[in-house]
Design a binder for this molecule. Structure first.
Ligand SMILES: [Zn+2]
Length: 68
């Protein structure tokens, strides 16, 4: 582990910031807003999916009964 215990890396700009920074996990309010803006922009760009295929569990094959 080479990560310093008293700090973190800002996900917006990649700078190391002290663990006591008030804008965790960002280094500053600006980076926080920037990341939030990207997040919102990406969220709004994503078209609404009408198919809920993601929630449908994959069909399970119960071949164990035949095998036994
Ligand atoms: Zn930053």
């Amino acid at each position: 582990m080479t990560v310093p215990p008293a700090g973190y890396r800002c996900p917006a700009c990649g700078d190391w910031s002290p663990a006591t920074a008030p804008w965790r996990p960002f280094c500053s309010e600006r980076c926080k807003l920037i990341d939030l803006g990207h997040w919102l922009a990406g969220r709004y760009k994503v078209p609404v999916r009408e198919d809920d295929a993601e929630d449908v569990p994959a069909p399970r094959t119960d071949d164990d009964d035949d095998a036994r």
